[in-house]
Design a protein around this ligand. Structure first.
Ligand code: ATP
Length: 498
């Protein structure tokens, strides 16, 4: 809990909360979101619940709230109520879909339009259908959850696909209901859906939903249903949405409640705030930030930044290789240990040995893993890692990883922008893989591609990246924005006053 004097915006949030209003709190980068939430909790004599985006945030928040607010993730609540019964099923190794098709006796091959669909593809589409259903707020599986794979071009072809895939998906969903038997790999989002379907009541007089911009429809539905007995508060930053569950309109802007903002950033001064606002404008975000007048921040080249932020994992490995070659002590934020285990599994599989990697026991070659990440929805989380290994070679990746330091020992931390969410560093450089979009239809007189339109999703990622800096930001790979037609910087408040 902060003993600092609340800002006018924080006071307004506490005031509205005290009145019992349902709230949407748009909290920009570095605006003291958790501090503000603890102020809300402290202003209430009731019991409440804070729903966090992941386990480590929930644990950290529990330290900061007073005893009247309990902190957890939605998955943790669902696990306690339903998921624990499926623990044994969830611990089984990953399984390629061709194997699952075999186990389920799915053997047919069909032709729809110009596409030939093999049994394993149909099985994979049925699993995707079940997953779409799990993310949705629907009560029953329906044609709406059957995907439109590339090559299925019209309603008539989709109808044919639905006729085959929907019954398979229904069979899979029935298979998933048994804790001890059943063949379909059981995922955390399966028990989350079962919990949501049970119409759970979350104990507490008020409910705070954090990172609300990335909430999927199934959690949104459970959250909104608590409105029958609890005061609801959504907190987050629409401009940091990276999952896009519902296209351009995120959960926060759609919630019928009092809309408030935290726009004063304690993290950085006016210069970084102005850069943030440039990207917020491109992203059509609902808020603009002011920097802290007492924090000196500047945009300037940094030779030895504390953090280098990359767009991709491949970009991160490339940065790490350069830094190590220069004799620097480097850490990789986020999933370094996971990457090391995978690289070891890749080395075994490439050498013709089975791997002992817990999740990859069922694969006998690296090629099978490559197919799995390319074609199976379950495997998509591994795709960036597999790409890195295929691009640089397993030996280079393993050697690189073995030379990494811990974050506390490192001179410089390399991170993807995704893994940097919620973090901050005194000096930050943006890596070279944030490239300028090209307009494929147009070339300037010299034959160079003309600048293309900046996608809002890209602008949101750039916003996350630039707002990690406290004092000095080196725009590096994003410097092209200074010449881009959309890059005109809105004058900062201080500049307008001058
Ligand atoms: N009213 C205030 N006056 C001075 N400093 C404040 C105030 N409110 C928050 N802060 C400071 O702002 C910083 C960030 O706050 P906090 O830890 O609550 O943010 P967060 O939840 O990590 O999220 P974010 O940084 O994205 O806002 C902290 O150093 C905190 O002390």
């Amino acid at each position: 809990m902060s003993s600092r004097r609340p800002t006018a915006e924080q006071e307004a949030a506490v005031e509205a909360f005290r009145r019992g209003d349902d709230l949407v709190l748009q909290a920009g980068a570095g605006t003291g979101k958790t501090t503000t939430l603890t102020m809300l909790g402290a202003a209430s004599r009731w019991q409440g619940r804070y729903l966090a985006f992941n386990r480590s945030i929930a644990r950290e928040a529990q330290r900061r709230f007073r005893g009247n607010v309990r902190c957890s993730t939605a998955h943790a609540l669902a696990f306690k109520a339903v998921g624990h019964r499926f623990e044994e099923r969830m611990e089984r190794p990953r399984m390629a879909t061709a194997k699952l098709a075999q186990l389920l006796g799915i053997t047919m091959n069909v032709t729809i339009g110009a596409r030939h669909l093999r049994a394993s593809t149909l099985c994979s589409l049925a699993r995707d259908t079940v997953m779409q259903f799990c993310y949705s707020a629907a009560d029953v599986l329906s044609r709406l959850h059957v995907p439109w794979p590339k090559g299925i071009s019209d309603e008539h072809e989709h109808d044919q696909l639905v006729e085959i895939v929907l019954p398979l998906a229904e069979r899979m969903w029935a298979d998933l209901q048994t804790p001890d038997r059943g063949k379909v790999p059981f995922k955390h989002d399966h028990y989350l859906k079962m919990w949501a379907l049970s119409r759970p009541r979350i104990y507490g007089e008020f409910l705070l939903l954090d990172e609300a911009q990335d909430t999927n429809p199934v959690v949104e539905q459970v959250f909104l249903a608590q409105g029958a007995h609890a005061q609801l508060v959504m907190v987050g930053d629409s401009a940091q949405a990276i999952y896009g569950w519902r296209g351009a309109r995120d959960v926060m802007t759609g919630f019928q409640a009092r809309q408030l903002a935290l726009s004063h950033s304690f993290r950085f001064g006016p210069a970084v705030a102005a850069e943030a606002n440039r990207w917020l404008t491109i992203a059509h975000a609902p808020i603009r930030l002011t920097g802290s007048p007492t924090v000196r921040s500047e945009l300037a080249p940094v030779d030895t930044p504390k953090a280098i932020l990359c767009r991709t994992n491949g970009g991160a490995i490339a940065e790490i290789l350069t830094l190590l070659a220069g004799g620097r002590r480097v850490a990789l934020a986020g999933r370094a240990a996971e990457l090391r285990n995978l690289a070891e599994a890749a080395r075994d599989l490439q050498a013709g040995r089975r791997t002992t990697h817990r999740e990859l026991l069922l694969f006998s070659t690296w090629g099978e893993v490559q197919d799995y990440v390319e074609w199976d929805r379950d495997g998509r989380d591994l795709l960036p890692f597999v790409d890195v290994i295929d691009e640089h070679g397993v030996d280079v990746v393993l050697r690189t990883l073995s030379q990494l330091s811990s974050e506390t020992q490192a001179e410089v931390i390399v991170s993807t922008a995704h893994a940097a969410k919620g973090r901050e560093w005194p000096t930050v450089r943006i890596a070279g893989d944030f490239t300028e979009p090209d307009d494929p239809e147009d070339t300037s007189l010299g034959g160079d591609p003309a600048p293309g339109t900046i996608e809002p999703a890209e602008a949101r990622l750039a916003y996350v990246a630039v707002t990690r800096a406290q004092y000095r930001l080196d725009l590096g790979g994003l410097s092209w924005i200074n010449q881009h037609p959309e890059g005109e910087r809105p004058a900062s408040l201080a500049e307008r006053r001058a």
